[in-house]
Design a protein around this ligand. Structure first.
Ligand code: PLP
Length: 362
């Protein structure tokens, strides 16, 4: 069986976790500090604040940029539910705009979604490719909005040579077990703003300024040193992990080219895609449905994933926003057509050949 993703731990992670256990200091401490230092380096960002997961990192980034009840935040319905949920955690309202054929927020649709209540734009670098940040930044500047990057899937990606995490007012990363680099569960906020970083440090720890001195509401959103120790070993291998994914993606692009009805992912000029997912589209021109193709591949020992099977404006969880079928046609179509193939760093060239042959066989 070739799994769609695979957690790979080396001896280095095991040694690092054992070192933390032996130290007896398991909660947030030196390892978290080291992971934050590594993130500052990897994202060219002056500040990095570790969180318990990517969702709490998104919540922290939005809250500490001042998003509050009554505000509106523009985001996309074609993403993981944590993206719009983090907006609701601030008491604010998610306002959706559709994505383009590239799976990313369509900047041409953003301006018409802005109201007097809009405070922020939350674009998602889905599957590991950065959004059109020049277009989004010029809209944000014109309307005095902040930008929070949902960079959960995009550590190591870049837009015009600038790393993801340094492209907005803040960014949130996830270190969940299947992300490009991981710590089991974990998250990180990067921001150019020292005031936002300071607030994030308090926010993740009950609003604590000094020991037992609390300045405002906060949560327990801390990462442990055991998790951070894993993350540190992972991020040291970021370049290697990213290159392996990109090499696998190139091989898949070559081997799967020219199949009628299958659309392959493309990379925009000036952007570095880190292929958190290698996602194809199974269009009506293909002789099988997406789900039938997924089943056939499974029968041949190839695991695949559908990220995501429902555009979130149609989820019962967002019923109160009052959206309907047809409101975001591209997202709705993509939710029926997308299929992610294995692209993880531990894939062998023989396994990639197996995937390619399975397609030609089907
Ligand atoms: C994984 C993910 C998150 C949330 O991260 P967790 O660490 O699982 O809380 C947010 N947004 C996107 C796009 C993600 O893929």
């Amino acid at each position: 069986m070739i799994p769609v993703s695979k957690v790979a731990l080396s001896e280095a992670e095991k040694t690092a976790v054992m070192r933390v256990l032996d130290s007896g200091l398991l909660a947030q401490g030196k390892e978290v500090e080291e992971l934050e230092r590594q993130f500052r380096g990897a994202t060219s960002s002056p500040n990095a604040v570790a969180f318990s997961n990517g969702t709490s990192a998104l919540h922290g980034a939005l809250h500490c940029l001042g998003i509050k009840p009554g505000d509106e935040v523009i985001t996309v319905p074609f993403t993981f539910i944590a993206t719009p949920n983090s907006i609701r955690m601030c008491g604010a309202k998610p306002v959706f705009v559709d994505v383009g054929d590239d799976f990313l927020m369509n900047p041409a649709l953003v301006e018409q979604a802005i109201t007097s209540k809009t405070k922020a734009i939350l674009p998602v670098h889905l599957y590991g490719q950065p959004c059109d940040m020049d277009a989004l930044r010029s809209i944000a500047e014109r309307h005095k909005l902040v930008i929070v990057e949902d960079a959960a899937q995009a550590i190591g990606a870049a837009y015009r040579k600038k790393p993801v995490g340094s492209l907005g007012d803040a960014a949130a990363f996830s270190l969940y077990a299947t992300k490009n680099i991981m710590s089991g569960e974990g998250g990180m906020v990067t921001t150019p703003r020292a005031d936002v970083a300071d607030w994030c440090r308090r926010f993740r720890s009950h609003g604590q300024r000094n020991r037992y001195e609390y300045s405002e509401l906060g949560y327990n959103y801390r990462m442990t040193d055991m998790q951070a120790a894993i993350g540190v070993e992972q991020i040291k291998r970021l370049a290697e992990i990213t290159e392996a994914r990109q090499t696998n993606a190139r091989a898949l692009l070559k081997g799967l080219a020219g199949i009628k009805g299958i659309l392959l992912p493309s990379v925009h000029e000036g952007r570095t895609h880190v292929f958190h997912q290698f996602t194809i589209r199974v269009t009506p021109d293909f002789h099988l449905s997406r789900d039938a193709l997924q089943q056939k591949l499974l029968e041949q020992g190839i695991g695949t994933g559908v990220y995501y099977p429902q555009a979130l404006h149609l989820s019962p969880a967002f019923r109160e926003l009052g959206y309907h079928t047809g409101d975001f046609p591209v997202s709705e179509r993509l939710s029926r057509e997308v299929l992610s193939l294995p692209c993880h760093p531990h894939l062998t060239s023989a396994e990639i050949q197996t995937i390619i042959e399975a397609f030609h066989h089907v």
